[in-house]
Design a protein around this ligand. Structure first.
Ligand SMILES: CC(C)(COP(=O)(O)OP(=O)(O)OC[C@H]1O[C@@H](n2cnc3c(N)ncnc32)[C@H](O)[C@@H]1OP(=O)(O)O)[C@@H](O)C(=O)NCCC(=O)NCCS
Length: 233
């Protein structure tokens, strides 16, 4: 790692590729091998391409996660950390103090709010909107145009860490254009159907059918959504 005069306080690793018209704020750290397309914006104190420092008992893979790729026109805001092996697609924005772990993909024109953390190998489709302070567990899939309000927790491990080595964590999928209200928790392995709506404060313990409104703890189906209530974006 070396200091660089491209921007004030910039620390630059080996083999970094930086496109044209890139804006880099103050005190940014760019680790080895990061690939950054034209027109990217990197705000003050962001860290790009960090390798994870796993705990002694972590079951996360320890192989090389590969390069972080920032596609053209993407942005990483103040204090955010985007790990090696992630991909931030064209026009996507990682909000202030956000974190995006190895192997995660943030789809085209998607945006992550302040303090939102995206786990390993999460896949976010195009135009996904996630507000502040959400926690997305590893391997979760959000299809195109899903919206998450603030303070949502999507979990992955039924046993909260007490499983044996053979335990396969269930996959959680949020189908296209579904919407999740503020402060919702999703238990592991849930499928939220296309255009479904989960009311604020719900605890979701079962799959949610497409186009239905659910709410409560545990969340129950209240009714089907009318055409006027669909997002229609
Ligand atoms: C679910 C929601 C869409 C309301 O749906 P609705 O069908 O219009 O419901 P109503 O407001 O007519 O309320 C119907 C009943 O459900 C209850 N209710 C409403 N929202 C609820 C919720 N999130 N959880 C539990 N009960 C709820 C109401 O108290 C009411 O109960 P009552 O009949 O005993 O008085 C709305 O409450 C909600 O959660 N919106 C999401 C807000 C949000 O998180 N925004 C984030 C972006 S800032």
């Amino acid at each position: 790692m070396n200091t660089s005069d491209l921007a004030p306080g910039l620390v630059l690793g080996e083999g970094v590729e930086i496109g044209e018209d890139v804006h880099i704020g103050a005190n940014v750290v760019i680790h080895d091998g990061v690939v950054m397309g034209d027109g990217c914006e990197i705000h003050d104190q962001a860290v790009l391409g960090k390798r994870p420092r796993l705990g002694a008992r972590s079951t996360a893979p320890r192989d090389d996660p590969g390069a972080l790729v920032l596609e053209p026109g993407s942005a990483v805001c103040t204090g955010a950390i985007v790990f090696a092996g992630a991909r931030i697609c064209r026009g996507a924005v990682v909000g202030d103090y956000g974190a995006v772990r190895e192997g995660a993909v943030v789809g085209r024109d998607s945006s992550l709010g302040r303090f939102t953390a995206v786990g390993r190998h999460v896949t976010l489709g195009a135009r996904v909107r996630i507000q502040n302070s959400c926690l997305i567990a590893p391997h979760v899939v959000l299809e195109d145009e899903v919206t998450l309000a603030g303070n949502i927790v999507i979990t992955e491990d039924e046993t909260v860490g007490r499983h044996g080595p053979g335990y396969v964590k269930p996959t959680t999928v949020l189908r296209r254009r579904c919407r999740i209200g503020a402060s919702v928790t999703l238990l592991p392995g849930i499928e939220i159907g296309e255009e479904a709506f989960v009311g604020a404060g719900s605890l979701v313990t079962r799959d949610v059918p497409a186009r239905t409104l659910v709410m409560g703890s545990p969340a129950r189906v209240v009714r089907e959504l009318s055409d006027e209530e669909l997002t229609g974006r």
